[in-house]
Design a protein around this ligand. Structure first.
Ligand code: UD1
Ligand code: UDP
Length: 385
């Protein structure tokens, strides 16, 4: 069986790394080929080197300030050539980025079977997140096998009329990656965190979503400034995304504040150690909503809705939106009210047990005849958790 794994951005790379590693364990039965679109360059390469992944194909499509149409067009024509040459049995794609949507489309054009990892997450709002909600729906519409991370995601797919036999609940592969990296040693004083004080409560911040560009990001920055000024015993650490719409905007507003450190994107190993050392997390990222609760860190989500409701329902993640006063109020409450902090800071993990990639690869191995996907019976699937 030949499996072509396609990804292009930092979060996909982190979530695909354990799957690629697992596929490689079965080199006698699976020929694994990796193609990166390189929709991200530096932020992708950081992950490839950490997990020692050497892609067979690198489409190198990233351009400064690339538009969504440019990413789509360049990735699609690049993948067209790769698919023609490789003729895989399966294309594996992950998540909701434009690279994942395009990988599904390219595979469909070649009539190659598609398995979508992290299928079924929904906000049911076309523009939140933008363009990810629709990217994920397109990938789900095109794919033959849905690896849903949770029962909620499975139910969403079922509601949309997807055949239950083609949905396998696996957990999220991000937990596989997190557990792998969290156990590795890291010397805090040697790398990008060396200047971060350890004697203060650290607030980890990330924000990069397209729907937050402009006014919402201005309100987020204003809130961070107020928090930094109001609480001198805390230190904000914000690794800033390389998108110029984020980088220039944030650096223009938050540079040179003594208790705010703006960093370049940091490698996953130091980032996980930074998460572990943090008091709380403010973010609009998808992946952090999955990782931080597993480490017992409360998360305030700088968005209006989330496609990851599990930890909100469990009470360890709270949606606070992008209103400055609301962000300041909710952050202050966690800093000042230890009972409220303890209530949110429970380690919970609805996103898996670190075995998602094993379940995914086991499932692919059970599908002997690529033309008879119907043989996949969810009741006998080895991969339901
Ligand atoms: C993309 C994904 C988003 C995901 C995010 C994770 C789409 C449409 N968006 O958003 O779903 O949450 O990645 O980070 O798929 N850049 C660099 N170097 C890099 C990476 C980015 O310089 O390593 C700059 C470039 O100027 C690039 C810009 O960032 O044009 C935007 O990158 P792009 O992939 O279009 O969107 P993201 O905002 O990164
Ligand atoms: N991350 C990282 N370095 C950073 C910021 C984030 O390694 O400087 C990791 C983080 O732990 C998570 C992933 O990158 O696994 C999230 O990526 P991002 O925020 O770019 O995308 P999203 O999750 O919003 O799709």
């Amino acid at each position: 069986m030949k499996v072509l794994t396609v990804f292009g951005t930092r979060p996909e790379a982190i979530k695909m790394a354990p799957v690629v590693k697992r596929l490689n364990r079965y080199s006698d039965r699976i020929r694994s080929v990796v193609c990166v679109t390189a929709q991200h360059r530096k932020m992708l390469d950081q992950v490839l080197s950490l997990f020692d992944i050497r892609p067979e194909y690198d489409l190198n499509i990233m351009r400064e300030r690339q538009t969504l149409a440019e990413i789509t067009a360049h990735a699609l024509t690049g993948l067209d050539v790769v698919l023609r040459r490789e003729e895989p049995d399966w294309v594996l794609t992950q998540g909701d980025t434009t690279s994942s949507m395009v990988a599904s489309l390219a595979a469909f054009y070649h009539r190659v079977k598609i398995a979508h990892i992290e299928a079924g997450l929904r906000t049911w709002n076309k523009f939140q997140p933008f363009p990810e909600e629709i990217n994920r729906k397109i990938a789900d519409a095109l794919c033959d096998l849905h690896f849903a991370p949770t029962e909620t995601a499975r139910a969403n797919l079922f509601c949309e009329g997807i055949d239950e036999a083609k949905i396998v609940v696996t957990g999220n592969t991000v937990i596989d990656a997190l557990l792998d990296v969290a156990d590795r040693d890291y010397d805090w004083n040697a790398g990008p965190l060396a200047a971060i004080p350890r004697d203060k409560r650290l607030i980890l911040v990330t924000a990069h979503r397209r729907e937050n560009f402009g006014e919402p990001l201005r309100r987020i920055c204003a809130a961070l400034m107020t928090i930094a000024m109001s609480f001198r015993d805390i230190h904000l650490v914000y690794p800033v995304h390389l998108n110029p719409n984020v980088k220039h905007f944030v650096e223009g507003r938050l540079s040179n504040v003594p208790n705010i450190s703006l960093l370049d994107p940091i490698e996953y190993l130091p980032f996980v150690h930074l998460m572990k050392a943090s008091f709380l997390v403010l973010t609009d990222s998808g992946g952090l909503q999955e990782e931080a609760p597993g480490l017992g860190k409360p998360v305030l989500v700088l968005r209006e809705v989330t496609e990851r409701p599990e930890c909100v329902e469990a009470g360890t993640v709270k949606i606070v939106g992008t209103d400055s006063q609301q962000i300041v109020r909710e952050t202050a409450r966690l800093l000042e009210d230890s009972a409220e902090y303890r209530r949110m800071a429970r380690a919970i993990n609805p996103y898996g047990d670190g075995q998602a990639s094993r379940r995914i690869v086991d499932c692919l191995l059970t599908i002997r005849d690529k033309n008879h996907l119907e043989s996949l019976d969810s009741h006998h699937s080895p991969s339901v958790i």
